[in-house]
Design a binder for this molecule. Sequence first.
Ligand SMILES: *[C@@H]1O[C@H](CO)[C@@H](O)[C@H](O)[C@H]1NC(C)=O
Ligand SMILES: *[C@@H]1O[C@H](CO)[C@@H](O)[C@H](O)[C@H]1NC(C)=O
Length: 352
Amino acid sequence: MSGSRVALVWSVCTLSTLLPFVYCQKGLTQALIASYAPRVYLCPGEPFLPSSIDFALQNEQVDINGIPVGGQPATLTPSNLNFQNSPNGAEKSSHLTTKEPLSSPSSFNPAFLKGQTPATVPVYAIVVPRSLTSTSVYYWFFYPYNLGKDVGLCLNQIGSDLTMSISGPDVAPASSSMAVRAPSSAAKCTGYQRILGDHIGDWEHLEIRFDISGTAPRPTSIYLAAHNGGANFTWGDPTIQLYQSTHPVVFSANGSHGTYNTPGNHDYGTKTVLDQVIGVYDVTGNGVVWDTFNKVVVVNYRADASYTGAESWLAWSGFWGNQKDACLLPNVEESCTLSDGPVGPQYQTSAS
Ligand SMILES: *[C@@H]1O[C@H](CO)[C@@H](O)[C@H](O)[C@H]1NC(C)=O
Ligand SMILES: *[C@@H]1O[C@H](CO)[C@@H](O)[C@H](O)[C@H]1NC(C)=O
């Protein structure tokens, strides 16, 4: 879509305060949005359940480099989280931090990190106009904790580049075929067994696009976000089951909560410039059912983040979890046992 078209859409969709979003939200009522909210299967044995943001915030404070920010509310809530009101300033280096300290970078001792009974947990639905005929609804899921992966790790110097290869605990790092490292033995990088990618605060989502050119919104595609970048499906794709004919049935990965359309093992298999990953899986299955349509908080996206009242948490641009810790390479997020918490939906590129 061209820039001018985007600008036109935004002016139609966001400038009017008297007739807010009338066109771009056409027919996307609370009831309709709830009718497409997913049924989520958590994994059997999942220790880290979802929660409301209210629940997590009660147990957290805002820190910058480990020091609590002065003048913050004694108890954070969705309405007061944006107390700094500095989206391009101090907030950028602010971290929601567990009031009870973690006893080590890989521990999850604060009890609230286990989340809440899913039946009580809302899904946050953000309505984002895309064009004059298409609007997306992002269904965001919040979990207080993301469990990282226990992996074998190899560091290798190739010329001046330091590269990393990562393998699941049961997999010997491939040697010649990976062209990353010729391990001295077939062992799985023994001595470098390590937990990578734990983090406090976990925002996950799926997106449904609606064609709004007709009399009623019509879903056209659904995108499931997961660690490996996610997958896009045409609405009606037979590999996505629909519960009660409209609710997509999705599966949340054990501990890390990526969203998939089937139960089973899903290859984590990312391949970035810095790392090669083999034999690391997300596991999903038919555990506890979370029917998100029972509690849907609908928010209309504001490009300028001018949210107020109970929606003002969306404007806060800091990290939703403790600062990273125990990193092998100081500037490489993927090498940390405790990664930074994620930024909120407003500041994740996929939301806009
Ligand atoms: C999910 O993770 C928990 C904790 O690591 C484990 O006890 C459980 O067996 C896992 N579930 C599956 C299906 O692997
Ligand atoms: C998903 O595919 C549809 C076409 O089927 C396309 O219009 C849409 O842009 C895609 N969505 C994403 C997030 O890639």
